[in-house]
Write a protein of this length. Structure first.
Ligand SMILES: [Zn+2]
Length: 304
């Protein structure tokens, strides 16, 4: 058994640019990066047996306070597992730790993780009277829709293995108007204001331009919502979803399987939108991450 453990650890070391494996109390080798930035995807790889399915990953600060918790592992090969967590754009830089334990009652594995500094832009967005009303109205259906979307994004289907590579841009022509993590100040029509963080990227385009799936997946939502307008959500991996807001038309329904690049709708300005554009967002274990980082690097390194 001991020989097998070391062999797996060496294989893992040879095939991955991640940090050296750490052998836990159980017969499992864990690998994680030494550092990540706000908006990145944190991937923790475990080489082990079926016990890893029960492990949950937590990200804690130097003071022990959890910032991300309950992230589960899914199997990518017979003895390879990965947990994917989103690093919130609000995390201050510093020393953190990844905790994971596959066995209840056993003290968790602890891996150090550095969160590096990342600056985000600040911008003002004036809203006219009708968009002010839309954003501030205490309409109970808005809160209900927010709860439903969050519940969907917290779902974890270990069998949902649809896309391993890079994501592609959902529009063929790229004109970005607002980046991930922008600190926004909404200026209301009555002179008051409110702060918010932009969870996706805004891509400007005229109404009617095709919106394409960023990766292969399964349609998890296709419906008209109050704030986000016509909204499509696609599941790519367990806990990994891309979201497309303010569509003019939707051309998919829940349950559809889509290929990367398939047309899923057209650009519009439905919901809370100051002009025709696509809001494109990616959530990993419910945390919004920077979609542009996933255009540059694959969701999973393959083979895992
Ligand atoms: Zn947006």
């Amino acid at each position: 058994m001991r020989g097998r453990r070391w062999r797996l650890a060496l294989l893992a070391l040879a095939s991955s640019p991640l940090a050296s494996p750490v052998l836990g109390a159980a017969d499992t080798a864990w690998r994680a990066p030494a550092g990540v930035a706000p908006g990145d995807v944190l991937r923790v790889v475990a080489e082990g047996g079926a016990e890893v399915a029960a492990a949950e990953l937590t990200l804690v600060g130097g003071d022990g306070e959890p910032h991300v918790r309950g992230v589960r592992f899914f199997r990518t090969a017979p003895t390879s597992w990965v947990a994917m967590a989103g690093v919130p754009s609000t995390l201050p830089p510093g020393e953190y730790a990844i905790l994971a334990s596959p066995t209840p009652g056993v003290p968790p594995l602890r891996l150090p993780l550095r969160i590096t500094e990342r600056a985000f832009a600040e911008l003002d967005i004036p809203l006219d009277a009708s968009l002010t009303d839309l954003r501030r109205s205490p309409e109970p259906r808005k809160a209900q829709q927010a709860r439903e979307l969050l519940a969907l994004l917290q779902q974890f289907d270990a069998q949902a293995l649809f896309h391993h590579g890079r994501l592609r841009l959902p529009l063929t022509e790229l004109r970005s108007t607002s980046a991930y993590g922008d600190r926004r100040r909404y200026l209301y029509a009555d002179g008051s204001e409110a702060l918010s963080i932009h969870h996706g990227v805004d891509l400007a385009a005229v109404q009617g331009v095709s919106v394409r799936a960023a990766g292969a997946g399964r349609v998890a939502m296709a419906e008209l919502r109050i704030v986000t307008g016509n909204t499509v959500v696609i599941e790519h991996l367990p806990g990994v979803f891309s979201l497309y807001y303010h569509l003019h038309a939707m051309e998919v329904t829940v349950g559809d399987r889509v290929a990367a690049g398939a047309e899923i709708g057209t650009v519009g300005r439905t919901g809370l939108a100051t002009g025709s554009h696509l809001h494109w967002e990616v959530r990993v274990a419910a945390v919004p991450v920077d979609p542009m980082r996933l255009v540059a690097t694959p969701l999973l390194r393959s083979p895992q």
